[in-house]
Structures are given as C-alpha cells and as structure tokens.
Design a protein around this ligand. Structure first.
Ligand code: ADP
Ligand code: TRP
Length: 325
C-alpha cells in the first residue's frame, strides 16, 4: 500500500487552476483502494507571504471546503491543518540543522520569490525544510505535486538521507514525487499561467453575477462578430475545452470557424457550462463555508489521526538526537 501525501497552501481561495491541476488529480489518486492518502492545508507555509490572520482563517476554510466540494473522502483518508500538528514545526527545526545553507540558497523557487517579493523573510528561505518535515513525518511514499516542486522533493530526500546517515538506519522514509506530465498548465484570463500571484484567476465558487464579470474580462482579439475566428488561439475557447463535453467543444469550434459567432457568445457559453458542471461542488463549498462547526469537526478528526502518526516519527527522531525524555 502506497502512502500518498500532498499539501496546498492557504494563501487564497482555490481557483480553477488549483482545482484542475491539484485537487481533482489528488482526489483521483485517493480513490485507489491501494492508496492511503494524507492531504493537508499548508497554513504555516502561507505565513511566509500572508500575514493577516483573519484572511488566513478564511482561506484555510476555503481550501478545506474545496477538497470536500469535489468529493474528498475524509473518513477513508487523513485531512488536517498543518499548524494544528505541532510536530511539523518541531521536525522542521531538527531538519534545519541537517540542511546545508547552499542547498537553500540555490533553491529556484526561493530565488524567484526573492526577486518578486518585498518581504524576503527567513521563513521563505527555510520553506523547503518545513515541506520536508511535512512529508517525512508521515513516512509518505508518493508526493503528487506540480513541476515547480521537483527541487523541493530532491531536497527532502537529501535531508532525510543526511539524517538517516547519522542515525545509522532508515528512520525517515525517502519519498518520490509524482509529477503528472499530462496535467496541463491552466491559462488565466490573460493567457498567462493562472495564478493567485498574477491576479488572472477564475474563482469558480463566486456568486453567478461575479463569476460572469470575471469571465467577461477574458482577453480576446478584436475580430468582429461576423468574422471567422481561430479557436486554438483564443483563451475563452481554451478554458471551455477544459470544462465542456466533447460534443459541445466540437460545436463551439465550428461556430468559431464559421463566423457570425462573437466572443461574447463564447463567454456566455463558458459561464453556463461552469455553472452546470460545478453546480454540486458550488453547493457543497457554500454549505461548508456557512457551516463552520461541521468543517471544524472534520478537520479536528483528521488532526487527531495525523498527530498520532506524527508523534511516532518524532519520538524516533528525538531518540536519535538525544531529546527523548
Ligand atoms: P498559485 O500559482 O495560484 O499560487 P499554488 O502555487 O498555490 O498556486 O499551487 C497549488 C497547486 O495548484 C500546485 O499543485 C500547482 O501545481 C497547482 N496549480 C496552480 N496553478 C495551476 C495552473 N495554472 N495550472 C495547473 N495547475 C496549477
Ligand atoms: N510547497 C507546496 C506548493 O506550494 C505546498 C506544500 C507544502 C507541499 N508542504 C508540502 C506539497 C508537502 C507536497 C508535500 O504547492
């Protein structure tokens, strides 16, 4: 049985890119009876960039509600908030002391963030060590992540090996990333990669009138209604292709090629398709966002399961390092 583990930062409400690129593939893996899944909300990681506590609480709930909205089975699997299992921070400290400074200084994601952000804090620098702790605490075997996380997984293995070398045995299990090359990069409303940081995302849980406004903003060329259009070059068509049925995609493609079909028509079709396809997830998402107590009790149940495993690992680590009672 493989242990699958992944985390999503609570740095915003999950958008269409996060849902198609991370949440749905994660849920798919978790349905395999051969797998045991550990999915958590990386709220400590979100502190590297987001300082406002009220916003963090809302985003934690939104991330949790999104997993549940798409059918994540929290009874079969383990689902928790990273900050509520203190072993994450404890192990991160120990592992910091097994992490060579140049390894962190060379991390691509740190260098990229450091160029963009005004607040380049030490948390941002040691971010990969906390991520290593997240993974190693649970003896996880497979880590489904985006391509950008490959280097963090290599660091995790490197740090674990250094610790195991000292311990003289395999206390920490070396994980493998699972990078699904089939998962495409979902474009945002401006055609760049959809991302919170580019403010070009589609939040599928917005009320209908707000969702409509966002969809209206999708960038297009200036072709007139009657002119034929190239579907492959158009962002609205690309997004439609990600959510609509094959028949509907073929029909829209033909409309583009024929002409007499405007971008406004395509955007209206995209809105209707999203409302229909995501009707049930939207309902469940809103339900959990309004029923905080229920969401909280699901997370607390997961935290107890996660903590029990984390404590077993931390005890072994403390023993090796001379910190056990
Ligand atoms: P953001 O860029 O909006 O901050 P994150 O870096 O928090 O998103 O990504 C969380 C997860 O969602 C990662 O697994 C990432 O690979 C996936 N993801 C984010 N944006 C996209 C996208 N545009 N297309 C596909 N997957 C995405
Ligand atoms: N760094 C990951 C991201 O930005 C989130 C994350 C934190 C994570 N801890 C993890 C992913 C452990 C996988 C395993 O997407």
């Amino acid at each position: 049985m493989a242990r699958i583990l992944t985390g999503i930062q609570s740095s915003g409400r999950p958008h269409l890119g996060n849902i198609l690129g991370a949440i749905l593939p994660g849920i798919e893996l978790s349905r395999d009876p051969q797998n045991e899944s550990f999915f958590f909300i990386a709220d400590l990681h979100s502190l590297t960039t987001l300082k406002n506590g009220t916003e963090r609480e809302e985003y934690v709930r939104a991330v949790a509600a999104s997993w549940l909205a798409f059918g994540f089975d929290f009874n079969k699997n383990t689902f928790w908030r990273q900050s509520r299992v203190q072993e994450h921070t404890e192990l991160a400290w120990y592992l910091n002391c097994f992490t060579p400074f140049p390894m962190l200084a060379n991390a691509t994601s740190f260098k990229e963030k450091a160029e963009k952000l005004s607040d380049v804090n030490a948390g941002l620098f040691t971010y990969p060590v906390l991520q290593a702790a997240d993974i190693l605490l649970y003896d996880a075997n497979i880590i489904p992540v985006g391509k950008d996380q490959k280097q963090h997984l290599e660091m995790t293995k490197d740090i674990a090996s250094r610790f195991n070398l000292l311990a003289g045995e395999e206390i920490l299990v070396l994980p493998e990333p699972r990078i699904d090359e089939r998962i495409m990069t979902i474009p945002g409303i401006d055609g760049q990669k959809m991302s919170k940081s580019y403010n070009n995302y589609i939040d599928i849980f917005l009320p209908e009138n707000e969702l409509k406004k966002v969809i209206k903003k999708i960038v297009s060329d200036s072709k007139q209604l009657e002119e034929p259009k190239d579907p492959e070059q158009d962002i609205t068509f690309k997004l439609y292709s990600l959510v609509a049925s094959d028949t509907d995609i073929a029909a829209m493609r033909q409309n583009y090629l024929n002409g007499g079909y405007g971008y406004g028509h395509a955007k209206q079709a995209l809105l209707e398709c999203m409302l229909e396809k995501f009707a049930e997830p939207r309902r469940i998402f809103n339900y959990y966002m309004e029923n905080n107590d229920e969401l909280e009790s699901i997370l607390i149940q997961g935290e107890a399961k996660a903590r029990a495993i984390a404590q077993t690992t931390i005890e072994k680590v403390r023993k090796v390092l001379g910190f056990s009672s």
